[in-house]
Design a protein around this ligand. Structure first.
Ligand code: ZN
Ligand code: ZN
Length: 400
């Protein structure tokens, strides 16, 4: 409560949770009231019914998203409620459902929720994602363990990687945020013009917009106070120049997106646009993402995470982007965060964001490209070359 949405006394809380996570939702509600919440309202979603709908609803109904729900969320966000999502469903809930049907539903939801998502991406609403394991998720991560052991082990991994397993989790979190912000300050002091990613499977150049800034958790304070939208988080991130990405990459960890596994992504970029792509697994799902709209052919996020992060060192593949993206350098296809611009306050429309080099899309899909043989070198405004990552780790120690 203090570090995620950073609940302010008297604030309403909208809690979004999978139906399998009733216990965690009740615990969160209790903690929210104890921290001064006014009202906690909970929206449960049952992923089994979601799947049944995707299999059985008429084709032309898939893209319909209830207006009352989109309007309600927007109204709460505009009314300064804090939005806390518990995630942790089955990473393969939608396995076998035709990707086109998933995309139709996904796109309908993205379109209906766009006004709300805009507020979220501009951090004009306090929001945070946290995780609680469902049996299905735990089984996917630890397939050889009995269900209760798998769930217990996944809980342990979540608490450890979220820095919640020590005597003073809030203090540990604040120290962690301080370290991330020191990294951010260093990156911002360099005045980076271009990043060059080089590994045996990736050779990619990413230009950064003139008014880009690196952002770390705890800094998302457009709401007026610091929040941490993701728990855990290990990233320092910014936005790429929309048309300034060139070269090829290969993803290094598989990912679960919209209930489908995508693995072994290979992408070629020319002047920012994706001109060729493949995936060893889930290529159809990847195609659906890339073909969402024009903006989904471009990148919207560049995030740096060392291979010695606690999530990475846990050696666990979580099949959940909240965790896996924080084990590895990642990029995102789709929308950019306007808060990654120094002049974010002047961004009022898609055109404003595009004019500053930022990308606009209905979608935002993170995928991982970090590895212990990845080097990242920056070219700064003065033309100097500065090592940022060597062998998958920060090239310089933290300067507080
Ligand atoms: Zn990220
Ligand atoms: Zn992202």
């Amino acid at each position: 409560m203090q570090v995620g949405v950073n609940l302010q006394p008297g604030q309403n809380v909208i809690l979004l949770a999978p139906a399998t996570q009733v216990g965690a939702a009740r615990a969160v509600a209790r903690a929210a009231y104890a921290a001064g919440a006014r009202n906690v309202r909970t929206l449960f979603n049952d992923e089994v019914i979601e799947r049944i709908g995707l299999e059985m609803a008429p084709e032309d109904a898939l893209g319909e998203f209830p207006k009352w729900l989109a309007d309600g969320l927007l109204q709460e966000a505009e009314g300064n409620a804090a939005l806390l999502s518990i995630i942790g469903g089955d990473p393969e809930n939608l396995k076998g459902v035709p990707p086109a049907r998933i995309t139709a539903a996904h796109r309908g939801a993205q379109q209906a929720l766009q006004p709300f998502t805009r507020l979220q991406m501009a951090h004009k609403v306090a929001w945070s994602l946290v995780a609680a394991p469902s049996p299905a998720w735990a089984h996917k991560v630890f397939p050889d363990l009995p269900e209760d052991e798998a769930v217990a082990k996944l809980w342990q991994a979540i608490l450890r990687t979220s820095r919640c397993d020590g005597p003073d989790p809030v203090g540990a979190w604040h120290q962690h945020i301080k370290n991330l912000q020191a990294r951010r300050n260093w990156l911002n002091s360099l005045g980076i013009r271009r990043l060059h990613y080089k590994s045996p499977v990736t050779d990619l150049t990413i230009e950064l917009p003139k008014t880009h800034q690196w952002v770390a958790s705890g800094q998302q304070r457009a709401v007026g106070y610091p929040t941490s939208p993701n728990i855990p988080t290990e990233e320092v991130f910014t936005l790429p120049e929309r048309t300034g990405v060139n070269g090829t990459l290969r993803s290094t960890r598989n990912l679960s997106y919209s209930g489908q596994i995508i693995d072994g992504i290979e992408i070629t970029f020319a002047m920012g646009r994706i001109v060729d792509f493949h995936a060893a697994q889930g290529e159809d799902a990847l195609r659906q993402v890339i073909e969402t709209d024009e903006g989904s052919h471009y990148l919207g996020e560049v995030a740096l995470v060392p291979v010695d992060s606690p999530i990475s060192e846990s050696g666990i593949l979580f099949y959940n982007t909240l965790f896996d993206e924080n084990a590895s350098c990642h990029l995102a296809i789709g929308a950019a965060y306007p808060t990654c611009l120094t002049d974010a306050a002047d961004v009022h429309s898609d055109e404003d964001l595009l004019a500053r080099g930022g990308n606009v899309s209905l979608t935002h899909m993170d995928f991982m490209i970090g590895s212990d043989d990845l080097d990242i070198t920056a070219e700064t405004a003065s033309g100097a070359e500065t090592p940022i990552f060597r062998a998958g780790r920060w090239a310089a120690p933290i300067e507080g």
